[in-house]
Design a protein around this ligand. Structure first.
Ligand SMILES: O=C(O)CCC(=O)C(=O)O
Ligand SMILES: [Fe+2]
Length: 323
């Protein structure tokens, strides 16, 4: 293949689209379940991600969430800075000279109304019920997709007996992101290349593209399309990679802004609970698959990731607890 043809072929590589919308309510052990499970299993091994079409959040609820997110970022900077957290990357993040387009805000336990209301009180003195309700509804609906996807992944590695333990080992951290439009005609970095540290992340955007995933096979950047209004991108994080002892791929991804429109995105980060030790089940370790990581407490690892050494490391998890 000539280099131009190869470049054109690389440019058209797409991450798999998996349709969860036609089968709700989806029954375990049905033919549909088995078919989706094999598509999910293949996608997380080959790409570490896929686009999920999932209809359980009506279009007007999605618009309400993005309206709330815009309202939040329109608050004065001094107000946003009040949303602090002792945990790294949980409160307001922004104003980084190296990432001038980027701002984000996290809400832990975003499926629990009282928790979300607690966070909003630091931003709006009387709270903001419409904001809290739209965030909780969004998180609860999307948790259905999360639970289905993780159950399928765990089953596809023959780990049925670990399903409940695994599903109960996590909480939901919702991060709302704003990327200002590119200031020049060139492509500008919205977020630097990284892997997520959690179990999985489910992303949604306001119609403005920018997410790119590095292809495992040829290292080319694949532009992620949210091809339907109800599309979400599901990404494997390093903790699922570690728990499955390398059987799935945790993809490097980044955000590139090339348009004159502001991008808003929502990331539902499925994060191991405080005190939960990520340890690969014995079934995942054998001669062909020696143990990759020593068991680790996610919260402690995340603290390391937030240090200068962790941020500089090309592979923070390997540096922290590589076996
Ligand atoms: O905004 C996006 O689409 C991606 C954000 C992301 O990768 C992250 O917050 O880890
Ligand atoms: Fe990410």
């Amino acid at each position: 293949m000539g280099s131009e043809t190869a470049a054109a072929a690389a440019a058209t590589v797409k991450i798999p689209l998996i349709d969860f919308s036609k089968t709700a309510p989806l029954k375990q052990d049905s033919l549909e379940w088995d078919s989706l499970r094999s598509q999910v299993g293949e996608a997380v091994e080959e790409y570490g991600c896929f686009e999920a079409s999932f209809d359980e959040i009506p279009a007007d609820s999605l618009s309400a969430v993005f309206k709330s997110v815009k309202e939040l970022f329109d608050l004065p900077l001094e107000t946003k800075l009040k949303n602090t957290s002792k945990k790294p990357l949980h409160g307001y993040v922004g104003q980084y000279p190296i990432l001038p387009l980027y701002e984000s805000m996290g809400i832990e336990d975003a499926d629990v109304l009282e928790k979300v209301e607690g966070s909003t009180k630091s931003l709006w003195s009387h709270g903001n019920p419409a904001f809290s309700e739209s965030i909780v509804f969004y998180t609860k609906q999307l948790s259905v997709l999360d639970q289905m996807v993780r159950r399928m992944i765990v089953e596809s590695f023959g780990l049925e007996e670990y399903v409940d333990e695994h599903l109960n080992s996590t909480i939901y951290l919702l991060r709302m992101m704003k990327y200002k439009a590119a200031q020049t005609c060139d492509e500008e970095q919205g977020m630097h290349p990284h892997t997520d540290k959690d179990m999985i992340t489910i992303l949604c955007q306001n119609g403005v593209d920018g997410l790119e995933v590095k292809n495992k096979t040829d290292g080319q950047w694949i532009k992620c399309q949210f091809s339907r209004p109800t599309s979400f991108i599901v990404l494997v994080g390093d903790s699922l990679y570690a728990w499955l002892n390398g059987r799935v791929h945790s993809p490097v991804h980044r955000v590139t802004m090339s348009r004159s429109e502001t991008r808003y995105s929502l990331g539902l980060f499925v994060v191991p609970k405080a005190g939960y030790v990520v340890k690969a089940p014995d079934e995942m370790v054998d001669e062909q698959h020696p143990l990759l990581f020593r068991p680790y407490d996610f919260v402690e690892f995340f603290k390391f990731y937030d240090t200068e050494a962790g941020q500089k490391s090309a592979n923070a998890l390997r540096e922290y607890c590589g076996a």
